[in-house]
Design a protein around this ligand. Structure first.
Ligand SMILES: Nc1ncnc2c1ncn2[C@@H]1O[C@H](COP(=O)(O)OP(=O)(O)OP(=O)(O)O)[C@@H](O)[C@H]1O
Ligand SMILES: [Mg+2]
Length: 415
């Protein structure tokens, strides 16, 4: 039977990308449409121009709809940025009946609800990392099990309320409903990292234009998430300033002649650089370009390493690192990551899907496809339901009320 059409919406610092498809059963995904619109409405993953962002969202959705020959009403939206914080919470309830029901699971999940400071909101719903029944950990699906004590550890992600509200506002102004709001790297990691990698410990590093997202998976699920405010656009800017060349030629130099490590460039090679202002063409050693890029890439991976170490999970990464995002396309990036992080590293991209578009097999589409994948694996409203549900903020508030047993959530602290 044909499943409902679903859509992932990745609002990035360089582009907005919509990926449309359907779940095919057995966890498989069919990608039927993709739309990409250049966007200058964000800086470091924060909306700074609503009008421009709404335009790009509309454009990318129209393109994806046209390709898929389907209408999209609701989208799974990814957010990220340096304002993101995460924490793992532990909760316990007793099970009076002696057999665990769905209500018991809902109660133990609710027991991990946190009180957020003003100006912070929950992103997505708390993610169960694992359950324990009568002290026995490692339980994935406790419903139906016999036991009297149910425990859970959840992963909770929060962000700055106004930043999140601006993203939701852009999506709603583009005429779409937010079916899910999720931290981009969580959705990307679900798609790009295999279950075995997540079981053994892996860090997903999404190098975008404005931010580099970090998501650590151990024991099968997300354990830590963060974002670093350095990514591909910083490299371009450094080249532009360092070689005094316009940003378009800096971008071209980076993609065509750049390398993340100087040692990948032979000492006798040269590049032609157009001078900003005069338009004069200069010939320079290509290694100069390598030096500029290497300095920034080493900084980027040092910041990523510091985040991983901060999480105390560095020693749990038996698999190592997976790089994705457009910034990972730079020559020598895997080797650079490997040296700075001191972890085995591979490139990740959305492959092995039933991709009718033949377009999404690139690290630049990992988040867009990841968001579609996330939507396909979560219960959701149909894309064809005509009445508009209450707006997303209202739903978030009602979710919190449910979590806190009907009481208003009071302000306390956040990890
Ligand atoms: N072939 C390439 N070589 C080097 N860099 C590349 C290449 N292709 C794209 N990039 C870089 O990838 C970055 C864009 O990546 P991506 O599309 O994943 O970002 P984004 O999702 O729009 O941004 P963000 O995730 O930060 O919000 C740009 O900085 C661009 O220069
Ligand atoms: Mg991105």
């Amino acid at each position: 039977m044909s499943q409902d059409i679903l859509a992932g919406l990745d609002i990035g610092t360089t582009k907005v990308c919509t990926v449309v498809g359907r779940a095919e059963g057995e966890g498989r995904l069919r990608v039927e449409g993709v739309g990409v619109a250049a966007c200058h409405g964000l800086q470091k993953s924060i909306v700074v121009d609503v009008e421009e962002t709404v335009r790009a969202v509309r454009q990318s959705v129209e393109e994806a709809q046209h390709m898929a020959r389907a209408e999209i009403r609701a989208v799974c939206v990814g957010v990220t940025g340096e304002h993101i914080r995460c924490m793992n919470k532990h909760g316990t309830v007793t099970v009076p009946s002696g057999r665990i029901s769905e209500e018991d699971v809902a109660r133990v999940m609710a027991s991990t609800a946190v009180e957020l400071p003003p100006g912070r909101v929950l992103i997505g719903e708390p993610i169960p990392r694992g359950f324990a029944v009568d002290g026995q950990s490692g339980v994935r699906r406790p419903v139906g099990m016999v036991g009297t004590r149910l425990e859970v550890e959840t992963h909770i992600v929060t962000g700055t309320a106004s930043f999140i509200a601006n993203v939701v506002q852009c999506v709603e102004q583009a005429g779409l409903e937010v079916a899910h709001l999720v931290l981009g790297p969580i959705a990307t990691g679900e798609l790009i990292a295999t279950q075995a990698e997540k079981d053994l410990g892996v860090v997903l590093i999404d190098i975008g234009g404005g931010t580099t997202d970090v998501a650590v998976f151990v024991d099968g699920s997300i354990a830590f998430s963060a974002a670093v405010p350095v990514a591909g656009n910083h490299v371009t800017r450094d080249i532009s300033i360092g070689l005094r060349t316009p940003s378009e030629s800096a971008e071209r130099l980076k993609r065509e002649r750049g390398a993340a490590m100087k040692r990948f460039i032979a000492a006798d090679e040269t590049i032609e650089v157009v001078s900003a202002g005069t338009g004069e063409r200069l010939r320079l050693p290509r290694q100069v370009l390598g030096e500029i890029i290497e300095a920034r890439m080493v900084e980027l991976f040092s910041l990523v390493r510091a985040k991983i170490e901060e999480s105390n999970l560095y020693n749990r990464l038996a698999i190592g690192a997976i790089l994705t995002g457009g910034g990972s396309l730079l020559t020598g990036t895997v080797e650079c990551a490997q040296e700075v992080l001191e972890l085995p590293t591979r490139l990740g991209r959305p492959s092995g899907l039933n991709d009718w578009t033949n377009k999404v097999d690139s690290p630049m589409f990992s988040t867009g496809v990841g968001l579609l994948y996330y939507a396909a694996h979560r219960p959701r409203r149909s894309n064809h339901t005509p009445p508009r549900p209450p707006n997303f903020t209202a739903r978030l508030r009602s979710f919190f009320r449910r979590l806190s047993g009907g009481n208003e959530v009071k302000v306390k602290r956040e990890a």
